[in-house]
Write a protein that binds this ligand. Structure first.
Ligand code: CP
Ligand code: NVA
Length: 306
């Protein structure tokens, strides 16, 4: 049966561990599995721009011997030129796998329902599972004792945070979140994650106080205040998020050796200062690099017959 990665719920702890192990293997040896996906084709169905997700999947597919086809916003016109379910049925006849980046999460759900090939969420308004995999992989690389780590997330309760809490709670990561009022993460995902966290013996805390959330953090994470598709809210958001910036002052609350994370792209001087992003504590380019190893691992798991 085909396997999709539409949300973190599609991944068991065992799957996540398998992806991390495969990522370790392809990182150690770029040529490993170099012909595994020979003659396989990956479609990248993207309604929004992308650097990391697109390039890491395309390069990953090439390094595994396969081929990819980028279908940008003007190509398929998902749901406009053609119904989502028809796109899913047609692409299933040509491709071996689809990575989709859409505005609406439901479009990826529908793609997965009507495709006979694996569908990977390359970012929706609700989730960004591949990013969260890479983030936790990066954290684990710095400190494998995930259960002893405090991750502070400061900013918008968006797709990136939803994915981090869903993933972190499964693996036992203590996450302390500060968002402005009204910008909390998705309530359903938060409730489910809090249940998981209880089972893993960790906490997910929610507040509106960046200084409280950052206290003694081992890792501090932020993402843009205005995500793709929310540009019309930019003015309101700039006001609402005042005080939620990761800057040198906020870092004084974290542990001395705290590391700074961001999924990128960053809106410099908004959610994070240049000084911090370019400073020695930032591991944002390692996070970006790890996207490649994680995408290769995902492709091997879904298409490699292992
Ligand atoms: N972090 C991330 O997904 O970046 P892109 O939007 O450039 O793919
Ligand atoms: N939250 C951001 C993440 C970009 C990788 C967005 O959706 O635009």
């Amino acid at each position: 049966m085909k396997k999709d990665i539409v949300s973190i719920d599609d991944l068991s702890v065992k799957d996540i561990e398998k992806i991390f192990k495969l990522a370790d293997e392809v990182r150690a040896d770029k040529k490993k599995f170099e012909n595994l996906l020979s003659r396989k084709s990956l479609g990248l169905l993207f309604q929004k721009p992308s650097n990391r997700t697109r390039v890491s999947f395309e390069v990953g597919m090439t390094q595994l011997g396969g081929h990819s086809i980028y279908l940008g916003p003007d190509d398929i016109k998902l749901g406009e030129r053609e119904a989502v379910k028809d796109v899913a049925r047609v692409l299933s006849k040509y491709l071996d796998c689809i990575v989709a980046r859409t505005y609406s999460h439901n479009d990826i759900v529908e793609l997965s329902e009507f495709s006979s090939i694996p569908v990977i969420n390359g970012l929706s308004d609700l989730m960004h599972p591949c990013q969260a995999l890479s983030d936790v992989y990066t954290i684990r690389d710095k400190n494998p004792a995930l259960k002893s780590i405090k991750l502070a997330y400061i900013g918008d309760g968006n797709n990136v945070l939803n994915s981090l809490i869903a993933m972190g709670s499964k693996l036992g990561l203590y996450i302390s979140i500060a968002t402005p009022k009204g910008y909390e993460p998705n309530r359903e995902i938060l409730n489910a994650s809090q249940k998981y966290a209880g089972i893993s013996g960790v906490r997910i805390e929610l507040s509106n106080d960046p200084y409280k959330a950052s206290k003694d953090a081992d890792f501090i994470y932020t993402d843009v205040w205005t995500s793709m598709g929310k540009e019309h809210e930019r003015k309101i958001r700039l006001k609402a998020f005042k005080g939620f910036q990761i800057n040198a002052d906020l870092l004084t609350k974290c542990k001395k050796d705290c590391l700074v994370m961001h999924c990128l792209p960053a809106h410099r001087q908004e959610e994070i200062t240049d000084e911090v992003l370019d400073g020695p504590k930032a591991i944002v380019f390692e996070q970006a690099e790890n996207r490649l190893y994680i995408q290769k691992a995902i492709l091997i798991m879904l298409l490699g017959g292992k």
